[in-house]
Design a protein around this ligand. Structure first.
Ligand code: SDX
Length: 377
């Protein structure tokens, strides 16, 4: 192995062929099964886009209805799952609780089904994980807070149910539409660390539950999905420290300590605007009224973006507007990254199906920099 073959963090390395999605930097397009994700986000529902990501074509009305019904049928958690959530220490991180819950679901599959990596079996298991993910995430949060569980309501749609399970009350139309848009923006994004983790695990022919469990562990990281929570907490901290007039000094202080500003920068987009962030930033003003401090936070949000661009030429990634929007939708901050994961489950399912259908074990090499030629006495 030579230096020439080593790319730190596998930057720029193609890890696998795929028909699921592609980040076309020249056209600034997030291609998802041939469609522009930003166009899908504006014209189709999350459920229709999830069907497209998993099955490879946009569903007709009948397919969309049947897909929604299957998700409702699969949204009930096994009884044991609630007992496990209750048994977790109240200090458990919400992403760790979700990771535990998804891993636990594997135990409720028969050994034959669990180990069947055929596309047909993976689609059945993948739909179960998609249906149960938000139920696990929301109810793990309630368990940590010592609050009653809120199971999915079969009368509600998929995104409505997420809001129902978070707040325990009927969601309003504008919040449902906003969360549907956010979930669609998060649904699939080529080969991020969490998707790569899922494919690496699947490439040993381990099952889809294990692969997605690994993706949860990856997405939790603040350099990845955890950035939406960190970005929102930064805005709130600036508010507490003095508000919009304090924003520039706050960011300059972070820069002087060489601290990363969460929600900015991207391995692939580098110094380009993440198309998802570019779309979502225009939705923020429609929701600042939902919180008394909404307008002040929005002024902070804009100042941080201006200072970051002036100082670093970095643009926001999807996590920056989404963290703010989820806060305005009154989603508890510890649920931000778990809901990111739930939104991404269709993408993860599609990649595991693809990996199992045409597999080659991932087994990279090292650029060895240790000693040689030593001999024990
Ligand atoms: C997601 O991959 C995906 O597609 C992920 C995702 C998806 O949909 O799945 O898009 C979701 O994870 C979005 C990213 C969320 N993470 C963050 O917002 C965390 C903050 N961002 C960074 O840490 C960083 O931008 C990364 C991790 C996202 C990308 O890092 P890279 O490609 O390894 O870039 P780098 O660390 O080499 O930084 C290049 C330069 C450095 O400056 P120098 O040291 O060379 O002078 O840019 C600077 C960095 O210091 N830089 C930042 C910065 N991000 C990069 N400086 C301040 N704040 C930042 N956020």
């Amino acid at each position: 192995m030579t230096n020439a073959e080593y790319s730190p963090g596998l930057e720029g390395v193609i890890a696998a062929p795929s028909t699921v999605s592609y980040l076309d930097l020249e056209k600034e397009e997030i291609v998802v099964r041939g469609y522009d994700l930003i166009e899908l986000a504006q014209k189709r529902s999350y459920l229709e886009t999830a069907y497209l990501v998993i099955h490879g074509h946009l569903p007709d009305e009948r397919e969309t209805m049947a897909f929604g019904e299957r998700l409702k049928e699969e949204s009930a958690l096994p009884k044991g799952a609630y007992s496990v959530l209750e048994a977790l220490p109240r200090q458990t991180n919400a992403m760790d609780a979700l990771r535990t819950g998804i891993s636990l679901l594997a135990s409720y599959e028969s050994p034959e089904v669990l180990q069947d990596n055929s596309t047909a079996a993976n689609l059945i298991k993948g739909l179960r994980i998609m249906a149960k993910g938000p139920v696990l995430a929301c109810n793990a949060y309630h368990a940590m807070k010592g609050q009653p569980f809120v199971p999915a309501d079969p009368k509600l749609g998929f995104i409505e149910n997420v809001l129902w399970m978070v707040h325990g009350k009927q969601p309003d139309q504008e919040s449902t539409e906003a969360l549907d848009l956010i979930f669609t923006c998060y649904i699939e994004h080529e080969m991020p660390n969490s998707t790569f983790a899922a494919r690496v695990i699947a490439s040993t022919l381990s099952d889809i539950y294990g692969a997605i469990t690994g993706a949860v562990a990856s997405l939790k990281g603040p350099l990845h999905g955890g950035a939406n929570e960190a970005a929102a907490m930064m805005l709130l901290d600036i508010l507490k420290q003095g508000g919009p007039s304090k924003a520039e000094e706050y960011i300059m202080d972070m820069r002087s300590r060489h601290e990363r500003v969460m929600g900015f920068g991207h391995r692939v987009y580098m110094r380009r605007y993440d198309p998802r962030a570019y779309l979502l930033k225009d939705y923020i003003p429609k929701f600042t009224h939902k919180k008394p401090e909404g307008e002040e936070l929005y002024a902070i949000y804009r100042t941080v973006e201006e200072v970051m661009f002036r100082e670093t030429k970095l643009y926001p990634n999807a996590d920056y507007p989404i963290g703010f929007l989820l806060y305005l939708l009154d989603i508890p901050i510890p649920l931000f990254t778990p809901l990111f994961l739930c939104a991404r489950i269709p993408g993860l399912v599609a990649h595991v199906v693809e990996q199992h259908a045409d597999n080659r074990l991932f087994r990279p090499r090292v650029l060895y920099q240790g000693p040689r030629g030593l001999h024990p006495a």
